[in-house]
Design a protein around this ligand. Structure first.
Ligand SMILES: [Ca+2]
Ligand SMILES: [Ca+2]
Ligand SMILES: [Ca+2]
Length: 120
Protein backbone atom coordinates (compact mmCIF):
# COMPACT_ATOMS: atom_id res chain seq x y z
CA UNK A 1 0.00 0.00 0.00
CA UNK A 2 1.03 3.64 -0.03
CA UNK A 3 3.51 4.36 2.72
CA UNK A 4 3.77 8.09 2.13
CA UNK A 5 1.29 10.64 0.82
CA UNK A 6 2.91 13.71 -0.65
CA UNK A 7 0.10 15.95 0.50
CA UNK A 8 2.19 19.09 0.76
CA UNK A 9 3.85 19.07 -2.64
CA UNK A 10 2.39 21.78 -4.85
CA UNK A 11 3.36 21.21 -8.47
CA UNK A 12 4.19 24.31 -10.49
CA UNK A 13 1.73 23.24 -13.18
CA UNK A 14 -1.20 23.22 -10.72
CA UNK A 15 -3.14 25.63 -12.93
CA UNK A 16 -3.79 22.91 -15.50
CA UNK A 17 -6.13 21.06 -13.15
CA UNK A 18 -9.75 22.21 -13.61
CA UNK A 19 -10.75 24.05 -10.41
CA UNK A 20 -14.05 22.20 -10.25
CA UNK A 21 -12.16 18.92 -9.90
CA UNK A 22 -9.76 20.22 -7.26
CA UNK A 23 -11.81 21.91 -4.53
CA UNK A 24 -8.92 21.81 -2.03
CA UNK A 25 -6.63 23.48 -4.61
CA UNK A 26 -3.65 21.25 -3.89
CA UNK A 27 -2.93 20.85 -7.60
CA UNK A 28 -3.94 17.21 -7.75
CA UNK A 29 -7.17 15.26 -7.91
CA UNK A 30 -7.69 12.48 -5.44
CA UNK A 31 -10.33 9.80 -5.78
CA UNK A 32 -12.66 11.50 -3.29
CA UNK A 33 -12.57 14.69 -5.39
CA UNK A 34 -13.21 12.74 -8.60
CA UNK A 35 -16.12 10.90 -7.01
CA UNK A 36 -17.57 14.12 -5.53
CA UNK A 37 -17.44 15.73 -8.99
CA UNK A 38 -19.09 12.66 -10.52
CA UNK A 39 -21.80 12.66 -7.85
CA UNK A 40 -22.59 16.33 -8.43
CA UNK A 41 -22.62 15.77 -12.18
CA UNK A 42 -24.91 12.76 -11.78
CA UNK A 43 -27.46 14.84 -9.85
CA UNK A 44 -27.26 17.60 -12.46
CA UNK A 45 -27.76 15.21 -15.40
CA UNK A 46 -30.55 13.21 -13.72
CA UNK A 47 -33.20 15.70 -14.76
CA UNK A 48 -36.14 13.40 -14.06
CA UNK A 49 -34.71 12.61 -10.59
CA UNK A 50 -35.13 8.87 -11.00
CA UNK A 51 -31.74 8.17 -9.50
CA UNK A 52 -30.50 6.73 -12.78
CA UNK A 53 -28.93 8.01 -15.98
CA UNK A 54 -29.55 6.58 -19.42
CA UNK A 55 -27.11 6.99 -22.26
CA UNK A 56 -28.98 10.06 -23.53
CA UNK A 57 -28.75 11.83 -20.19
CA UNK A 58 -24.99 11.20 -20.21
CA UNK A 59 -24.74 13.29 -23.41
CA UNK A 60 -21.79 11.51 -24.98
CA UNK A 61 -19.66 11.16 -21.83
CA UNK A 62 -19.62 7.38 -22.31
CA UNK A 63 -19.48 5.46 -25.58
CA UNK A 64 -22.08 2.75 -26.15
CA UNK A 65 -19.50 0.06 -25.41
CA UNK A 66 -18.33 1.81 -22.23
CA UNK A 67 -21.93 2.32 -21.15
CA UNK A 68 -22.69 -1.38 -21.63
CA UNK A 69 -19.60 -2.29 -19.63
CA UNK A 70 -20.68 0.06 -16.85
CA UNK A 71 -24.17 -1.46 -16.66
CA UNK A 72 -23.71 -5.00 -15.33
CA UNK A 73 -27.42 -5.42 -14.55
CA UNK A 74 -28.23 -4.51 -18.19
CA UNK A 75 -31.20 -2.31 -17.32
CA UNK A 76 -29.94 0.36 -19.75
CA UNK A 77 -29.45 2.87 -16.98
CA UNK A 78 -26.59 3.66 -14.63
CA UNK A 79 -27.13 4.22 -10.95
CA UNK A 80 -24.76 6.57 -9.18
CA UNK A 81 -22.86 3.57 -7.82
CA UNK A 82 -22.44 2.16 -11.33
CA UNK A 83 -21.15 5.50 -12.57
CA UNK A 84 -18.73 5.79 -9.65
CA UNK A 85 -17.27 2.37 -10.52
CA UNK A 86 -16.35 3.75 -13.96
CA UNK A 87 -14.90 6.88 -12.37
CA UNK A 88 -12.74 4.77 -10.08
CA UNK A 89 -11.58 2.54 -12.97
CA UNK A 90 -10.60 5.55 -15.06
CA UNK A 91 -8.96 7.24 -12.09
CA UNK A 92 -6.85 4.15 -11.42
CA UNK A 93 -5.99 3.75 -15.10
CA UNK A 94 -4.74 7.36 -15.20
CA UNK A 95 -2.83 7.12 -11.91
CA UNK A 96 0.21 5.44 -13.41
CA UNK A 97 2.50 6.15 -10.44
CA UNK A 98 -0.11 4.79 -7.98
CA UNK A 99 0.35 7.70 -5.55
CA UNK A 100 -3.43 8.01 -4.93
CA UNK A 101 -3.66 11.35 -6.76
CA UNK A 102 -3.74 12.55 -10.35
CA UNK A 103 -1.42 15.39 -11.23
CA UNK A 104 -1.78 17.58 -14.33
CA UNK A 105 0.41 15.28 -16.41
CA UNK A 106 -1.60 12.20 -15.52
CA UNK A 107 -4.84 14.09 -16.12
CA UNK A 108 -3.68 14.96 -19.63
CA UNK A 109 -2.71 11.37 -20.52
CA UNK A 110 -5.20 9.42 -22.69
CA UNK A 111 -6.60 7.68 -19.59
CA UNK A 112 -6.78 11.01 -17.76
CA UNK A 113 -8.60 12.62 -20.65
CA UNK A 114 -11.14 9.78 -20.59
CA UNK A 115 -11.77 10.61 -16.93
CA UNK A 116 -12.04 14.35 -17.65
CA UNK A 117 -14.52 13.67 -20.46
CA UNK A 118 -16.64 11.67 -18.05
CA UNK A 119 -16.61 14.42 -15.41
CA UNK A 120 -17.14 17.41 -17.72
CA1 LIG B 1 -7.10 18.20 -4.72
CA1 LIG C 1 -27.86 -0.40 -14.44
CA1 LIG D 1 -0.54 9.92 -9.63
Amino acid sequence: MFAVAFAFVLPAHAAKIPAALDPDHDGTIDLAEAKAAAGALFDKLDKDHEGTLDIKELQGRLSRADFAGADPDKDKTLTKDELLVVVEQRFNAANTDADATLDAKELNSPAGKALKKLLK
